[in-house]
Design a protein around this ligand. Structure first.
Ligand code: FES
Length: 222
């Protein structure tokens, strides 16, 4: 699991909207080898944790170049989503905490997943779908909400690509983080999953990045 550093009470207690660097963290696989942007699979998301050891995020290869654009967050706040990075400008990352009532990948099961194909719920390809109440986020457009009760997009995790070795780093979170609300709703479950010592710990150095199908025993799609 990730190296975890200094407690960040300001993050866990902050209002949902954030635009801040929480340090440059290298994405590595289960063996500790750097994740290569050109090798990120296109059939499912990978899961890593950023900015905290208990806050999951999705790394997604959309398979095609995606340009950045303006995204509307909650409370009328707007931000510039950077679009894809990597050799094809196709790799993106988002918080995996649903903005509705904060479903997120758990080790036993995930009700939220990226699907490269159109489904009955999403109606279009390349969406992140939360099957708890049917919220659908467009992974090609900054995780904007397409359908369902989600009130705002998933927060974006800003990525940096090192072209010299094709490695990837998480550097920043922008958007409505939902971290405070997830902690309020799931604190005891998160402590069981990650341990109390990891709940508020900021990730530093490197972070393990693995397929959602390995992180969660069961992945629900709809
Ligand atoms: S928690 Fe995701 S749609 Fe309700």
């Amino acid at each position: 699991m990730a190296a975890a550093g200094v407690l960040s009470p300001s993050l866990a207690q902050a209002a949902n909207f954030v635009k801040k660097s929480y340090g440059k963290v290298k994405l590595v696989d289960a063996s500790g080898a750097p994740i290569k942007a050109s090798a990120v699979p296109t059939d499912q998301a990978l899961v890593f944790h950023y900015p905290l050891a208990s806050t999951p995020a999705f790394l997604i290869n959309l398979g095609e170049s995606v340009a950045g654009e303006k995204v509307n967050a909650e409370d009328g706040k707007n931000y510039d989503w950077e679009g894809g990075v990597g050799p094809k400008k196709a790799v993106v990352a988002y918080s995996a905490i649903c903005s509705h009532v904060y479903a997120h990948p758990e080790k036993n099961m995930s009700m939220i997943a990226y699907d490269p194909k159109s489904t009955a719920t999403s109606g279009q390809a390349k969406c992140i779908v939360c099957c708890v109440h049917g919220s659908v986020y467009d992974a090609t457009k900054g995780a904007k909400v397409l359908h369902g009760p989600a009130p705002h997009p998933l927060a974006s995790i800003v990525l940096e690509h090192d072209a010299s070795d094709d490695s990837l780093y998480a550097t920043e979170m922008i958007g409505s983080s939902a971290i405070h609300d997830m902690f309020a709703a799931y604190k005891m479950d998160l402590i069981k999953e990650y341990g109390a010592a990891n709940l508020n710990k900021q990730v530093t150095g490197s972070v393990k990045t693995i397929p959602l199908s390995e992180f969660s025993k069961s992945v629900i799609t709809c």
